[in-house]
Design a protein around this ligand. Structure first.
Ligand code: HEM
Length: 161
């Protein structure tokens, strides 16, 4: 891990982050936070619906906007996060919250990949789901909320270590 972080810190991104003015880190951090807000905001709505809240609203009515905003939020969070990390990457190697945050993000992604392979998810726009299928989707919604909440909590705590 040290070699990877040292490589990132010495990379062009690291040099650009450190050498392009005092506001660069702050502006990149601003976009990191905005993208996290978009990601978690959309995921929160979708996961609560999967967990059975607002059953009178069809899942198909909210899934497309939530997935689209969440996916873009994730892409921007990753790009800006790499920029923030590259600024002083080696300083994070002994930070325990960093080792909670990254696996939580990876687990969140595995959960999304598994959910998107379920027949119930693939077909939720074209047919009614059975009670058993809805219960299955609820499990994925719960795991998703736990993963992304953990990523945000650990991400916030990184700076306080
Ligand atoms: C590969 C992707 C990511 C990388 C490399 C990354 C890296 C970083 C770094 C280096 C910081 C600054 C920590 C400090 O204060 O010193 C940070 C802040 C933060 N990150 Fe990420 N991040 C990524 C994705 C995410 C995602 C997906 C989330 C949420 C789901 C997230 C949540 C946070 C939070 C809440 C903060 C604190 C922001 C603040 O209070 O200023 N990050 N991230």
């Amino acid at each position: 891990m040290h070699d990877l972080l040292a490589w990132l810190e010495a990379s062009l991104i690291g040099h650009a982050m450190r050498g392009s003015g005092v506001w660069t880190y702050g502006v990149v951090n601003l976009f990191h936070i905005l993208s996290i807000a978009s990601l978690f905001g959309s995921i929160l709505l979708l996961d609560l619906r999967l967990l059975g809240v607002w059953r009178n609203i069809p899942l198909a009515a909210i899934s497309t906007p939530c997935v689209t905003v969440g996916a873009w939020g994730f892409v921007v969070a990753t790009l800006t996060g790499i920029g923030l990390l590259a600024t002083k990457a080696t300083e994070y190697q002994s930070n325990p919250f960093f080792y909670i945050k990254i696996p939580a993000i990876l687990l969140g992604l595995v959960n999304v990949a598994a959910l998107s392979r379920l027949p119930a998810w693939k077909q939720h726009r074209t047919r009614e789901l059975s009670a058993a299928e809805q219960s299955k989707l609820a499990v994925y919604g719960g795991i998703s909320l736990a993963c992304w909440f953990t990523a945000i909590a650990a991400g916030r705590m990184v700076g306080y270590w």
